[in-house]
Design a protein around this ligand. Structure first.
Ligand code: NAD
Length: 249
């Protein structure tokens, strides 16, 4: 793991219950940041936060559906009261509702856009004022290679993740003069619950297309997040970094 000195910094990670979000929250905490972990499943989130704290970190759980604008406002208020400020934001919460485009229902479309794109906007809007006041901030949005190159069966997901890329590039320009950097990571195929449902044959097919010859781990994404939030990355903003083992080169 990349080692940073994040003592005195407060981070918010959405979708921190499991998978990539959990590993990101855990890594930030290992570097000394206080971490507000947002998720929807109270029991699972509480277990994840307990694990981070038992490893010496400082994390607190907040139950919030990021697609609900009102709930996001309430939760942000709570977090800002508890921590006083937010320096680092990782918009990681995401869902899939895969289906060929001609069969996607309104609900499947709206659910995915609601969490992946609207959620990223609601959460960012809620915390950006705190970063503007401090004149320092780091926002990292978790997009996907599907948002860069498209993927059959994921029109809703690809559109939401491409939306996150446009959002990232635009707000990086709006916030640069306040020392706030905004970047996105586009993971390739990462071994989490989200991808666990795929068949072994499909997974082998994907693995064959990854030049480094292995499936990604949540730690691969967490390390990229740590790089973007580091002081050393202060001249990098508006960038989209694929972390995919070379898959879309
Ligand atoms: P996951 O399903 O294991 O975890 C998703 C997390 O988001 C969970 O903690 C879940 O509770 C949370 N979440 C879902 N809906 C939410 C909501 N409405 N409000 C708040 N939290 C919510 O998935 P993962 O693989 O860890 O994916 C994390 C991110 O990485 C997602 O944005 C995903 O699209 C992206 N991504 C994953 C892969 C991959 O291969 N796993 C590839 C590209 C991009």
């Amino acid at each position: 793991m990349i080692q940073l000195q994040l003592e005195g910094k407060t981070a918010v990670v959405t979708g921190a219950t499991r998978g990539i979000g959990f590993e990101v929250a855990r890594s930030l905490a290992k570097c000394g940041a206080k971490v507000a972990c947002i998720g929807t499943n109270e029991e699972k989130l509480s277990k994840s936060v307990d694990q981070i704290n038992s490893e010496g970190g400082s994390a607190k759980a907040y139950i919030c559906d990021v697609s609900n604008a009102e709930k996001v406002k309430e939760t942000a208020k709570l977090i800002l009261t508890d921590f006083g400020k937010v320096d680092i934001l990782v918009n990681n919460a995401g869902i899939t509702r895969d289906m060929l485009m001609r069969r996607i229902t309104d609900e499947q479309w709206n659910d995915v856009i609601g969490v992946n794109l609207n959620g990223t906007f609601y959460i960012t809007r809620a915390f950006v004022e705190s970063m503007r006041k401090s004149k320092w901030g780091r926002i990292v949005n978790i997009s996907s290679i599907s948002g860069l190159i498209g993927n059959p069966g994921q029109a809703n997901y690809s559109a939401s993740k491409a939306g996150v890329i446009g959002f990232t590039r635009t707000i990086s320009k709006e916030l640069a003069n306040r020392n706030i950097t905004v970047n996105a990571i586009a993971p390739g195929f990462i071994d989490t619950d989200m991808t666990a449902a795929l068949s072994d044959v499909l997974i082998q097919g994907i693995k064959d297309r990854i030049p480094v010859g292995r499936i990604g781990k949540p730690e691969d994404i967490a390390n990229a997040v740590l790089f973007f939030v580091s002081e050393e990355a202060s001249f990098i903003t508006g960038q989209i970094m694929a972390v995919d083992g070379g898959m879309i080169n």
